[in-house]
Design a protein around this ligand. Structure first.
Ligand code: VG1
Ligand code: CO
Length: 543
């Protein structure tokens, strides 16, 4: 086994986005591309000599090859040990759990999350720090800086170690421990939730469906929902991970998981249904005849978390990303909980969770989680919902009616314009940005602007500051429109327009969201000129 030093040159554009570095798979497979980025991670964290890391991914195309390259690079740079999920598979929350449980020096997750996979689609690499969470902005900035000055990387010339068998092996003096990807995570879930109560619910004729979308949660959901909780066999749909996610987008929303939505809206619907994304950190919650928006789900979980053993002591506080609806704020206010508003991306919750300022947090993009790990966690959200349903014996629809009746309803929808010409999208944002200060008092469609600004975040724990985190316009009466460019796309720019309207009139709590939001959508168009700037008549995706 020979340790090689390979000469290389900086590769442009290796700048981590909202969640790690995401590019077309072919780009990642290009000469030195993966190696450069991984060596830059090592360089940015002071090397990996003597360190222990966790490694795994969502099973997409190139996951297996990339894992072998990273192992040989870790060994060449003197890492002590790498803990790898069997078959190089780990869901994102399970990787976070292993990083924490084993008190490691961090880990690498191979995933482009909800983006499609395959040779023509997307791949991604993300570094998580010893707290189990995605690297904070100062670390990702150091990684990016390192990519710009790189001249060589270290790699071992060796045969591929066998990652298909659980157990310990060696690679050039480095220990590799191949672990069951599910075991430690499932044990953590048993600590947090009342499995007996959920088992009783599922044994009482309550039927569930979980769509793993051909992605990494299949084995987790099968073990936890079917084997341990006794859900009927076949409750887990599309449960075998595949390299191209069955040719679909592993994105749990009403567009990409439409068959599941059709199932709960049709005859013979199950009582509860859910889906998760490519890497298992997102969730979509459904009940018979009911779609629960992620923002509402977060609010419901915050209001009812006490019903689960892991949260029976109450919540220290809660947080949501800025574009997430303010349904959570209503719960926080009613319950006297501290609430924080952070920029988009899970990395911004890390400090609040580490400092014990919050217990629960979430994003409108179908991510909810708690202080049990430092990532959002799809199956965790499903289990907390099931625990709440087991305790209350209410239907999902009844839970939502009760929630809106108590707190009011924040109608909410996100309109995405995908693969827009980047310069045109930037121009739209720039034009709106320039007008923000002048907007208060102006009319936009049938609404009047109350406040407008560009969101910046001051981290109350470490004092760090993040600028340019989305343009937000609040209207009189409490409606809101937020504009942001995505940091996870791989083609052009994706414009996200987040729309919200508050309703407390008991007679208007069960309307159609797009109808309730039509005045806000019209106001957003009037203010930003989306159609003229992007050349698009309508959004590509509405969630
Ligand atoms: C999107 C979501 C954001 C989420 C991020 C990573 O980012 O909006 O809320 O944290 O994806 O989620 P952006 O920059 O495209 O809006 V995942 O499940 O893709 O790791
Ligand atoms: Co994800």
């Amino acid at each position: 086994m020979e340790r090689l030093t390979i000469a290389t040159q900086p590769i442009e554009g290796q700048k981590p986005g909202t969640s790690g570095l995401r590019k077309k798979t072919k780009v990642f497979m290009g000469p030195h591309y993966l190696e450069n980025f991984v060596q830059s991670i090592w360089n940015a964290i002071g090397g990996v000599a003597g360190k222990t890391l966790v490694l795994g991914g969502d099973g997409r195309y190139f996951n297996d090859r990339a894992a072998q390259v990273i192992l040989r690079m870790a060994a060449a740079s003197g890492a002590r040990k790498v803990i790898v999920g069997q078959g190089a598979l780990l869901s994102t929350p399970a990787a976070s759990n292993l990083i924490r449980k084993n008190e490691t020096d961090g880990g690498i997750i191979l995933s482009a999350s909800h983006n499609p996979g395959g040779p023509e689609e997307d791949f991604g690499v993300k570094f998580n720090t010893p707290n189990g969470g995605p690297a904070a902005e100062d670390v990702t900035a150091r990684i990016f800086e390192a990519t710009k000055t790189l001249t060589s990387y270290e790699i071992l010339e060796a045969q591929d170690p066998d990652l298909s068998q659980i157990g310990a092996t060696q690679l050039g003096g480095m220990e590799i421990e191949v672990v069951d990807p599910v075991a430690s995570y499932a044990a953590l879930m048993e600590e947090l939730f009342d499995f007996e109560a959920i088992r009783a619910l599922l044994g009482s004729g309550f039927r569930i469906a979980f769509d793993a979308m051909h992605a990494v949660t299949g084995p987790y959901a099968t073990e936890i929902l079917e084997n341990r909780l006794g859900a009927a066999q076949g409750s887990v749909l599309n449960g075998t991970p595949s390299a191209d996610f069955g040719g679909g987008h592993p994105d749990p929303n009403p567009i990409w998981a439409k068959p599941l939505v059709d199932l709960v809206m049709g005859p013979g619907a199950p009582d509860f249904a859910a889906a998760s994304d490519g890497d298992g950190d997102r969730n979509m919650i459904l009940g018979r005849g009911q779609y629960v928006t992620p923002s509402d789900s977060l609010a419901v979980l915050a209001a009812n978390a006490r019903l689960a053993p892991g949260y029976s002591g109450g919540l220290a506080g809660v947080a949501r990303s800025m574009p997430t609806s303010r349904a959570l704020d209503r719960v926080a206010e009613a319950r006297g909980l501290d609430i924080f508003e952070t920029p988009t991306g899970w990395k911004f919750f890390g400090n609040l969770l580490d400092a014990g300022r919050i217990t629960l947090c979430g994003e409108e993009s179908a991510g909810t989680g708690s202080d049990h790990v430092r990532e959002k966690d799809g199956l965790w959200a499903v289990l907390l919902w099931l625990n709440i349903l087991a305790e209350t014996r209410l239907s999902v629809q009844e839970i939502m009616r009760r929630h809106w009746g108590e707190f009011g309803r924040n109608y909410y929808s996100r309109h995405d314009y995908e693969a827009v010409d980047a310069a045109r999208a930037e121009a739209m944002m720039e034009a709106l940005r320039a007008r923000l200060a002048a907007l208060p008092g102006q009319e936009a469609g049938t609404l009047t602007v109350a406040e407008a600004d560009e969101f910046a975040y001051h981290d109350p724990v470490d004092g760090s500051h993040s600028e340019g985190q989305g343009l937000r316009v609040t209207f009189e009466g409490g409606a809101r429109a937020v504009f942001r460019l995505s940091g996870t796309g791989t083609v052009g720019a994706t414009l996200r327009v987040y729309l919200e309207a508050v309703e407390t009139d008991p007679a208007k709590l069960e309307g159609d969201p797009q109808e309730a939001l039509a005045p806000v959508a019209a106001a957003a168009e009037a203010l930003a000129g989306i159609k003229a700037h992007t050349g698009r008549d309508a959004p590509d995706v509405m969630t």
